[in-house]
Design a protein around this ligand. Structure first.
Ligand SMILES: Nc1nc2c(ncn2[C@@H]2O[C@H](COP(=O)(O)OP(=O)(O)OP(=O)(O)O)[C@@H](O)[C@H]2O)c(=O)[nH]1
Ligand SMILES: [Mg+2]
Length: 272
């Protein structure tokens, strides 16, 4: 598939359109929230109503519409006209969740960058708690339904089982300190998203970003949080595709961890 250029409502003007250059640059927001959206038109009114409660904080919210086939883009566009805290970016075709995150990160202006699901299955109102963990010194803060103190979710036993099993396998490779690797509801110190490269285009990008962050030495904190039920629209998760992508990521992570372990062993022998 050919990548289509992203359309950004608030992209800086080009030298060919000097009349559009603002007299003063808009103030840098303290936090940017990136919200990837794909065919989520049904839930957008609820999403906007809930995000409106964050407006007094001065945050910017960057919506990345990823080639939706429904009215997602038109709805976001109309809403942005009366909401200065909204920015809307669009891919001409569907490029996947990971690609949408990369586009959102490239547009984010805040020193702290959050990501969240557009279906509000984790409470948007709790994003300030994740940001608080970054302000206390964490580099990555993630909501964590698999943290021991989290209230367990009860819906979708098959998918929850898969998510839990994957997180368990990543935990085996990386160490016991982090319990959830697949949750999009996160906050990052800006340097993390600027320097952590991740390759996956689909859902596995969420786990890849956290794994690469941990392997890169960034400090991770978890916030116990219950996973809620999707109330609008349909799930975009394709279980078969997700399993294949995660198996690839697990293998890659295993190789990286073993190579590091072997290097450490050789280093110990050389120095002794
Ligand atoms: N930009 C973009 N966003 C996507 C894509 N697929 C899913 N998303 C978004 O990623 C988030 C998570 O997708 P969901 O379909 O909710 O998947 P899930 O959370 O695993 O499962 P449910 O909540 O049960 O549906 C939502 O905000 C989706 O709109 C995609 O291809 N591109
Ligand atoms: Mg969801």
């Amino acid at each position: 598939m050919t990548a289509q250029p992203a359309v950004d409502l608030h992209l800086p003007s080009t030298p060919h359109s000097p009349k559009l250059v603002p007299v003063t640059a808009p103030p840098r927001p303290p936090v940017t929230v990136v919200v990837p959206c794909y065919d989520e038109a049904e839930g957008i009114p609820t999403l906007l109503a809930r995000l409106e409660t964050l407006a007094p904080l001065g945050w910017e919210i960057v919506f990345v519409d990823d080639g939706s086939r429904d009215a997602t883009f038109a709805t976001l566009l109309a809403a942005a006209r009366s909401r200065p805290w909204m920015r809307v970016v669009r891919h001409g075709t569907n490029l996947g969740l990971g690609a949408a995150l990369r586009t959102g990160f490239a547009r984010a202006r805040g020193p702290i960058v959050c990501t969240m699901d557009s279906d509000c299955t984790y409470l948007p109102e709790r994003l300030p708690e994740l940001v608080g963990l970054i302000e206390q010194g964490a580099d990555i803060a993630t909501a964590s339904p698999w943290y021991p103190e989290s209230v367990p979710a009860e819906q979708y036993p098959l998918r929850l089982g898969l998510s839990r099993a994957l997180s368990g396998l990543y935990q085996l490779l990386i160490g016991p300190d982090v319990h959830t690797f697949t949750c999009l509801h996160r906050a990052y110190r800006r340097e993390v998203v600027d320097t952590t490269r991740f390759r996956a285009s689909g859902f596995a990008a969420v786990a890849e970003l956290l794994l690469r962050g941990i392997l890169g030495g960034w400090r991770v904190r978890e916030l116990p949080m219950q996973l809620g039920e999707r109330r609008f629209g349909e799930s975009k998760l394709r279980i078969g595709n997700a399993i294949v992508a995660h198996l690839g990521l697990l293998s890659l992570t295993a190789v990286v961890v073993w190579v590091r372990w072997i290097r450490r062993c050789i280093g110990v022998r050389v120095s002794s």
